[in-house]
Design a protein around this ligand. Structure first.
Ligand code: URP
Ligand code: ZN
Ligand code: ZN
Ligand code: ZN
Length: 483
């Protein structure tokens, strides 16, 4: 009998705190040893010349969500997690969405059926609350939190999802009682509707005007409002998918005041701009890049990097939300051609998140390797109740590992992607740094570009309460160090 099922030999192990030359010993799907030199492996993986990092945790992806009359999402759990694992990720956190009028518990059960047996990586669910009725707040949510769905997302825009201020306050208050962490989509509904009507009346309906309809002031106002409600209810919040300086500075202001406000940003806010939404010539091809908040400009990229470097943002997620580009049900469906307002919001990105952050962040000297690991894995695990099971390389953690070639140069292109969508918004972007092997609980799932694992290898993660969700007024949080 060998001491280890697998030894990953000769690599450089990178965690959120350390970079060391070490071998990693795996037994029973978990890391059991990290040492200068290990022997006695039934199998060995040569990692010389490679970085050995915790598998990516993408805490913000949308898979197989209900369509609300618009086009269906391109990625279900199978294609979405296949894309995730190919991109070096071992855990994703998609959203179980409660349509208005529906029971949240039933929505969660339905979502489990979508995922069961289909996943190439591990997964947990956040809950999207669109209808915070008394029974949802009083019974369903507390029970679901107990069952391991320990984070909610609420929206301040979108016809089918928007909550008014009173409803936001009710959900925040409920989260405080249950110990759940609330993620907030901060864009002001009324301002966007006002702008949309003005633009349409002026004939400005091309995809480019999606961005014009929701400028940073709209995001800043909503961010400030969410922060104020969080302060009033004494509940920590995570402001998701932050696009530029204005909202970033609101979060920084809140943090400097001592409020527990966390921030997330995404690749599209350091790699795409509003110009992309113009398409080739103010045509519909700009629709490829329509997401909310919209990509902004180069000054915004700089502001996002400032927020990343100074710790305003704890997580870098993809907000993967893929729609087909071509076809009747694509981003350019006949209705979408009549106005940007009908272009489905969201872009694919789970497979390119880590490469874009590595290339623009580590290779271009903006962040350290350890910060890269924190931003792509460790902080997600800590904030969303998966630590110390996921998110680092040390004895006791799941053997979720990505072997990374820091020198490999690649041009991102659709033919390399494993998602179901028919395009990547990062087509033609040259990156340095690429995942060459992904292991899920010790099993090799992706090797170079080939998927060698099976759908069903990934399992559901019942998550613990987030230590980050402990209210400031309740006597202090634990586990806050390092993020
Ligand atoms: O445009 C986007 N981001 N669509 C996904 C849904 C959301 O708001 O995160
Ligand atoms: Zn959102
Ligand atoms: Zn710049
Ligand atoms: Zn999203």
């Amino acid at each position: 009998m060998s001491e280890f099922d697998t030894i990953i030999r000769g690599g450089t192990v990178v965690t959120a705190s350390d970079t060391v030359r070490a071998d990693v010993g795996i037994r029973g799907g978990r890391i059991v040893a990290v040492a200068e030199s290990l022997t006695g492996g039934a199998k060995e993986i040569d990692a010389s010349g490679l970085l050995v990092m915790p598998g990516g945790i993408d805490s913000h992806v949308h898979l197989a969500q209900p369509a609300f009359g618009g086009p269906a999402m391109a990625d279900d759990f199978e294609s979405g997690t296949r894309s995730a694992i190919a991109g070096g990720n071992t855990t994703v956190l998609p959203f179980a969405l409660q349509p208005r009028g529906a029971s949240l518990r039933q929505s969660v059960m339905d979502y489990h059926k979508e995922a069961e047996g289909k996943c190439y990586c591990d997964y947990g669910f956040h809950l999207i609350i669109s209808d915070p009725t008394a029974s949802v707040l009083g019974q369903e949510l507390p029970a679901l939190v107990e069952d391991g769905y320990t984070s909610f997302k609420v929206f301040m825009t979108y016809d089918d999802l928007v909550l008014n201020d009173r409803q936001l306050l009710d959900v925040f208050d409920c989260a405080r009682g249950c110990g759940a962490l609330v993620m907030v989509h901060c864009e002001g509904y009324d301002a966007i509707r006002f702008m949309t009507q003005k633009l349409e009346a002026a004939g400005k309906t091309a995809p480019y005007y999606h961005g014009t309809s929701r400028p940073q002031s709209v995001e800043r106002e909503a961010t400030h409002r969410a922060i104020s409600h969080a302060e009033l209810t004494d509940v920590p919040i995570m402001v998701v998918h932050v696009s530029g300086r204005e909202p970033m500075e609101q979060i920084r202001w809140a943090q400097q005041k001592g409020l527990k406000v966390y921030g997330e940003t995404c690749p599209q806010y350091v790699a795409l701009t509003a110009e992309d939404m113009k398409g080739l010539n103010m045509d519909e091809s700009g629709g490829k890049y329509v997401c909310s908040p919209p990509p902004r400009d180069h000054a915004s990229w700089d502001a996002i990097w400032e927020g990343i470097r100074t710790g305003v943002f704890q997580t870098f997620s993809s907000d993967h939300c893929a729609f087909y580009y071509e076809g009747e049900m694509g981003k350019l469906n006949p209705k979408a051609r009549t106005s940007f307002r009908w272009v489905p919001n969201g872009i694919p990105g789970v497979e390119t998140r880590m490469q874009i952050l590595f290339s623009k962040g580590v290779v271009e000297g903006r962040i350290t390797l350890n910060e890269f690991v924190a931003l792509t894995s460790t902080n997600h695990a800590k904030i969303y109740g998966l630590y110390p099971k996921k998110g680092s390389i040390a004895p006791g953690f799941d053997a979720d590992i990505v072997l990374w070639d820091a020198n490999r140069k690649e041009t991102i292109t659709q033919s390399l992607m494993h998602h179901a969508a028919d395009y990547t918004p990062y087509e033609g972007m040259v990156v340095t740094g690429w995942p060459v092997m992904t292991l899920l609980r010790g099993k090799v799932m992706a090797e170079d570009r080939r998927i060698v694992g099976a759908p069903g290898d990934g399992g559901f993660l019942k998550r613990e309460l987030s230590p980050y969700a402990v209210p400031a007024g309740s006597g202090g949080a634990m586990g806050m160090a390092g993020a």
